[in-house]
Design a protein around this ligand. Sequence first.
Ligand code: SF4
Length: 509
Amino acid sequence: MNEIAKPETFFGACPHDCPDTCSMLFEVDDGKLLSVRGNPDHPMTRGGLCVKVKNYEERHYHPDRLLYPMKRVGPKGSKQFERISWDEALGTIVERWTDIIEKHGPQAIAPYSYLGHQGLVHGLNGGDAFFNRLGASVMERTFCGEGSCTAWLLTLGPTAGLDPESYIHSKYIVIWACNSVSTNLHHWAIVRDAQKKGAKVVVIDAYASRTAKSADWHICPKPGTDGALAMAIINSIIEQGLVDQDYVDNYTVGFEELKERAATRTPEWAEEITGVPAADIRKLAYELATEQPAAIRMGVALERHYGGGQTIRAVSCIPGLTGAWRHVGGGVTQFPVWEHPYKFDVICRPDLIPEGTRVISNLQIGRALLGEGLSDGPPIMSLMCWNSNPVTQAPETDKIVEGLMREDLFMVSAEHFISDTASYADILLPASMGAEMEDMILSWGHLYLTYNTKCADSPGEAIPNNEIFRRLAARFGFEEENFKWSDTECLERYVDWSSPPARARTSTT
Ligand code: SF4
């Protein structure tokens, strides 16, 4: 009797731009992904996946998946493409880029990527070393966490902050500008458990989100006024004599300057700006200082307004004033990534950037494509996009589309589907996804680095992003070691594996 092969199970990780980075289990039979489920053994994500990836295998084999390299055969944006070979696709790219470099210099080529994939190998920074070596313009990723991260580093330094798992020990939890129930659900599960144990959960948000509706207290400031609220909390903690002076004296700097700055930011002053009653601000300040351990979870929305960085700075000062850091479950969480032992100098190779290379803000890609605000250097004559869809995600869509419609712009897109941006490409490259490539997926919502096994075959002729850059580097004759490492070898070198477990725990589950 013939033995019937059974499907095998492999560890995976959700690669989406999401704080949770869920640990997954891939069920695979003969190179085909059969199903995806949550890994119940992961201490943070505990077997839960959100609706976005519940049917992840269907996305792998979706009929619209881009399977082969293609070239544009109709007007830009018309989505008229024709299948070509990898040899022709890469040959065309090298020929066009070589021509552009000869005529305009390498800075006329611009890369564009973001967190469409959170892997160390195939994700955000996957093509950086290649484009740095090419001498292309540097595309600064000013999106999203840039203001928040700068504020955090200025205020608290490169520390992970409060471990999201330790909220189970908190007695007082403030979730500030984050709809955790919908967008950080595994942390919400911990908050919920703490709430069941008696912790008071306060949500500060400008609308009654699902999270706010589950809170013990919803404080509802006017949009964009969180900084004023934070300063009034600081004022009130000081005015009510609730400062942990011993902690301030021994573990902080700048208290006198902060006290002076906050002196006029009274709860009454903030009430005018925020609409939150002064009495509520005093009560919140009192409880934050006296109900220890007190935790503050800042959401990404907190920086999404003018002065957002300064808001993050003000909120980040609160646990230092109250001494909340003394307690397990006390402190503040931003993105707990700063102690993760990634070796970005090896991943990105900034040493390969030619001196004087210009920097373009990815927020202003539309303007840059139209030549607006490019203070120096040549016009952008070629753009390569991967892990990103700026037409739907970056500001000034009209300018981006106008730029992508330029007949003299040569555009390359590595994608899973013909996205709004990819539809303007001259060359489309089919990229692998999820279970089709080995990687380590970082998290900005917990302290685990999660391994993703390559266990399924890519459909058609799709290949992983890193393989695209390996092949391009080979065609350009780049000799640096980076461009010859396998994905496994990249992982061995991209992480400081000697980093002690106390600094950053790593899970292969
Ligand atoms: S919650 Fe986030 S990390 Fe988890 S499956 Fe959904 S998108 Fe992926």
